[in-house]
Design a binder for this molecule. Structure first.
Ligand code: HEM
Length: 518
């Protein structure tokens, strides 16, 4: 009897504690619900209390789930996860409203838990900057001037040629064996970027790239909004994420700290060169001093943390470039007619010289069309990078309250049958003779985003993709292992950033031509 009484008392106590614990969350959710009831929100599936629409989304296939919901509710929908309102645009017209008409109001980023674990990350990463503030402008303009302006791209063209030549020489020795081609592409793109930024290779083409890529992906995992960012309770209990963030921070410093301190030393003796890292260190130090944020800087254990975080932010993008190249090679292998047509175009441009230069490539329409078609079907960031409403606004007569998370589903837009004929087929011809570019002025094709938060690395990414793809297609014949029929190549994707093949692309090559990149 006593035991039963005790159990009842205990369970009542638990209930009381649980209710007290949940009360603020329930009240918060209730007050949000009431406030939102008076708003004219975009349509969407009915949300459950507390969990919202979590059951409408399949984590593994969120991109296709949202495309299906757009078919039912229209091109602008709203969903709720916890107390967060999420607005999703899935047509060129709604994307234009978000990225152009309301560009300023919707230009924020969600403040993520990563900012609490890694000090300084918010103020030193362009992509995570919660607002388009002075610091964000400074970082963007430094990177643009030093890395992505026409002058900067031109001054690094020899370096890109050298790295692509190294790749061709390396692959030339691999005739007849099975190659995990995306790994070789990843190492090549990483070395192009680290040479551009800090004049050094950080990986050998022979090395296993798995660890480096895993580490780089761990930053992306921490930097994309997750359930823990949206449900504060999940975030508070997510000890694994906290450990991951700390591991990441330590490994990040270990990767770049020596390079940065060595460079600081050289700068102090006046013997350094003038690459991006030099400029970044110099300008960052001046900038931190002039903005009086030195104290925050010093609280980072490693004196060079902020510079390192910024370097790392740009470095992780190599994954998107090599993944895009992997998709292009998959599509061309599967669609042999396109492969042959592209090869003919490149061969005609080169003539009998055996020399290939970047300047020849921008003028090749079929090459440009193959790249656009690859990015239409396989945008590495299927939802761009989610935006956040820094102020309330109205989109197509619907209310978008301040702090809503705003997502443009570039994946769904690229595959929409209302915009594209036969949308799931790889047909580069659809772009020939059309004035459709990738700069973010055509809202049916948005792999690099648009507006003030668009991708700053776009000009470099495009140059790398053009040069590497043209070289691979011209220099080698490509086959699937075990005599597999190319048409049967599985093109399933995995919903991750970057959105990648579900199974690795394994190819066998045979050398066709000696090619020199100049
Ligand atoms: C195929 C390659 C790439 C793709 C598809 C891509 C795509 C994107 C997208 C979709 C965004 C977000 C746009 C938005 O929020 O509306 C973005 C942002 C960004 N990208 Fe890229 N990117 C690529 C390569 C690069 C490269 C090579 C760099 C630099 C080395 C780079 C640096 C950045 C930065 C710093 C941002 C943040 C911009 C901001 O928040 O203001 N990206 N990129």
């Amino acid at each position: 009897m006593d035991t039963i009484a005790l159990e009842v008392t205990n369970s009542n106590q638990y209930l009381l504690y649980a209710t007290l614990f949940m009360m603020p969350i329930l009240l918060h959710a209730f007050s949000r619900c009431k406030a939102n009831n008076s708003l004219h929100l975009p349509p969407g599936p009915r949300a459950w209390p507390i969990i919202g629409n979590i059951l409408d989304l399949d984590g593994e296939k969120t991109h296709t789930c949202l495309a299906n919901l757009a078919e039912i509710y229209g091109p602008l929908i709203s969903l709720r996860l916890g107390s967060k309102l999420i607005v999703v645009a899935s047509s060129p017209a709604t994307a234009r409203e978000i990225l152009k008409t309301h560009d300023q109001a919707l230009s924020g980023r969600l403040t993520l838990r990563i900012s609490n674990v890694i000090p300084g990350v918010k103020s030193s990463m362009i992509v995570l900057s919660a607002e388009c503030n002075q610091r964000w402008r400074f970082l963007r303009s430094t990177a643009r001037t030093e890395l992505f302006s026409c002058r900067a791209l031109e001054s690094h063209s020899k370096l890109r040629a050298e790295k692509v030549q190294n790749m061709l020489d390396f692959l030339g020795l691999k005739g007849g064996v099975v190659v995990a081609i995306v790994d070789v592409l990843y190492a090549t793109i990483v070395n192009i970027l680290t040479n551009t930024m800090m004049s050094k290779d950080i990986i050998n083409l022979k090395d296993n790239v798995g660890e480096l890529r895993k580490f780089s992906r761990s930053l992306v995992e921490l930097a994309v909004p997750s359930m823990a960012d949206i449900f504060p309770l999940v975030g508070a209990l997510d000890f694994q994420a906290k450990r991951k963030a700390r591991d990441y921070k330590e490994r990040n410093e270990a990767l770049w700290a020596d390079t940065v301190s060595e460079r600081r030393g050289k700068q102090d003796c006046g013997t350094s060169g003038a690459d991006f890292l030099d400029v970044l260190i110099q300008q960052s130090f001046d900038d931190f001093r002039s903005h009086g944020i030195k104290s925050q800087y010093i609280t980072c254990k490693n004196a060079h943390s902020l510079g390192i975080i910024h370097v790392q932010e740009l470095f992780v993008t190599s994954d998107s470039v090599s993944t895009t190249l992997g998709w292009a090679m998959s599509e061309l292998t599967k669609n042999q007619n396109a492969m042959l047509k592209l090869r003919d175009e490149i061969t005609n441009a080169i003539g009998g010289t055996g020399l290939l230069s970047e300047s020849q490539l921008a003028k090749l329409p079929y090459l440009q069309a193959c790249i656009k078609e690859t990015l239409r079907l396989h945008p590495p960031s299927p939802f761009l990078v989610p935006h956040c409403a820094v102020q309330s606004c109205k989109v197509m007569d619907y209310d978008i309250p301040k702090n809503s998370l705003v997502v443009v589903n570039a994946y769904a837009i690229g595959r929409d049958h209302k915009t594209w004929e036969d949308p799931l087929s790889f047909k580069p011809e659809r772009f020939l003779g059309k004035n459709l570019d990738l700069k973010g002025t055509h809202y049916e094709l948005l792999p690099f985003g648009a507006g003030r938060r668009n991708c700053i690395g776009y000009p470099l990414a495009l140059k790398q993709i053009q040069l590497v793809l043209a070289s691979l297609v011209h220099a080698f014949d490509w086959f699937l292992p075990s005599g597999m029929d190319p048409e049967t190549l599985d093109m399933s994707d995995e919903f991750r950033v970057p959105m990648r093949r579900a199974s690795p692309l394994l190819l066998i090559l045979e050398k066709r031509n000696d090619l020199r990149i100049v």
